[in-house]
Design a protein around this ligand. Sequence first.
Ligand code: G
Ligand code: MN
Length: 284
Amino acid sequence: MGKNHLKKNVVFFTEELKKKAGQGREIIAIFPKAVKNHEFHPFFQAKVDMKTGKLVGFEALCRWIHEGKFIYPDQFIPVLDKEGLIHELDMAIFDETCRAIRSWIDMGLNPPRVSSNFSRKNLFVPDIEEKICRKITENGISNENVEIEITETVKESEYNRLIEFVRNLKENGMHISIDDFGTGYSSLSLIHNIDADVVKIDKSFVDEIPGNHKSEVLIESIINIAERLDMTVIAEGVETLEQGQELMRLGCRNAQGYFYSKPVDYETATELIRNPSFEAIREL
Ligand code: G
Ligand code: MN
């Protein structure tokens, strides 16, 4: 626990740790059946062009509905990640996301591009790039409909493989975004080494604006770098109108966050595609 989970040298055994370990074991035990029973669903969080109020994308986020109750990702993602099961979850969510897109197209709707998260453990799954591309064709959609979100990594072995992974996906015409941008140790090298399409400015920067000079300068600089390299920028975790206005002042047009919408289920997302009613933010 200390080494892997809490990153401490000494951890004292407590009732709470016991409970946590027990919950972890339970999750691992019920996971295979939960996948088979389709208990994991993508929820869709809107990405909005703040200037026009237009819906420009969705991020698919995993939700587990078990016996009628929500189990939140922070309760099971770390456990599944540690046990090497996260690939199955990511693939199940990606599969259902592709099916949702197909069904929207079948309804005659024009769904925006939907991004999906692929955790780093996927990098070492054999032929993962082909598996991803195959899911897209199997579900009768195109690589224009999806985007793959990746995060930075600290390990050198992972880093080199990440670059190769992105290169392979790009060769297949896939769109790539860098999630949580600016929080890792190698943000600039990553931009240097891969051809990402989108940079997602991490919520920790957005949380501090307006008012924090450093965050504002960093956000403005990220936007500047991204634009000069023909990448799109989106700010994550936008919760207030003031944050939106400040982001626009700094040159960022796209936002995702509770200010516009929480991640919503398939039916509500369908309604959002039919009738997007996000307000445009007026520039100050
Ligand atoms: O790591 P990633 O950026 O993919 O994580 C997205 C997570 O952030 C999701 O679990 C989502 O529910 C959450 N989230 C999305 N928008 C907001 C927001 O505006 N505020 C907060 N607190 N969380 C958010
Ligand atoms: Mn993400």
